[in-house]
Design a protein around this ligand. Sequence first.
Ligand code: ADP
Length: 271
Amino acid sequence: MNYFAGIDIGSTAIKIALIDEEKKILASKVTPTGSHFRKNAVTALETMLAGIDLCMKDLSYMTSTGYGRKLMKESDESVSEITANAIGAIEAGRQQGGDIKTIINIGGQDTKAIQIDDMGTVTNFAMNDKCAAGTGKFLDVTAMNLEIELEELGDYHFNIKGAPLPINSTCVVFAESEIIGLLADGHGKEEIVAGIHYSIAKRTVRLAKRVGLDGNVYFDGGPALNKGLVAAMEDELGKKLVIPDHPQITTALGAAVLAHEAFYDEMDEEE
Ligand code: ADP
């Protein structure tokens, strides 16, 4: 049996996907990136493999992607996260029976909108990596300031009693003071959370409009786990989003699929 690993070293989290010859996902792992990218990535990979009685030697091919991809010396190749994200979205979309045209990815420190054609080739692309206000960082700061868990943001969004509060700050640092000010004025956490979700959704939809929003729009990255943010995005877009079963590992899955392709391409060349 051949095994293929995709490893996505993101700014916030390391994601790993392991697939078999049929491209079936056998295991996956998400762990904080921390400051020792390579060491943390290797430890996470070994732990994931040990969980299914495998070790590094059992891997036929490994492809790394993401912010820290070049540091992963154990990989056979590295690819850009845009390529890996597009391939992963197509694979996850195919498994869900949906045809993907636009991908919106919100990461820990950047946001991307990618348009692909029927062959999965990237035809257009826009990125915000200059400002944290439309990224997962904004969610992390919100949860921390409101003293709630990241995983609870969705519930707070849906338990709103009034209207989502407008968040005026265009910078996460100022938004932090704005959140504290809103709490001091006696506003509910629910209304603040919903306001933050709409603020991120508005920025993201504005970015995605630059590449086009035709056909099915796929939403992935860690923040796609937040159902409140998904609802705000759908409201702003005026249509339903396609959310994969495991939105945070799409790019790692794409890297694993590319590892699978590279392995069989090399075998064909050798024959
Ligand atoms: P990157 O690839 O840039 O490291 P990810 O796609 O891994 O980014 O997303 C990281 C972000 O996902 C975090 O900043 C956090 O805001 C968000 N996130 C992670 N897990 C959850 C969760 N369970 N619920 C809501 N948001 C989450």
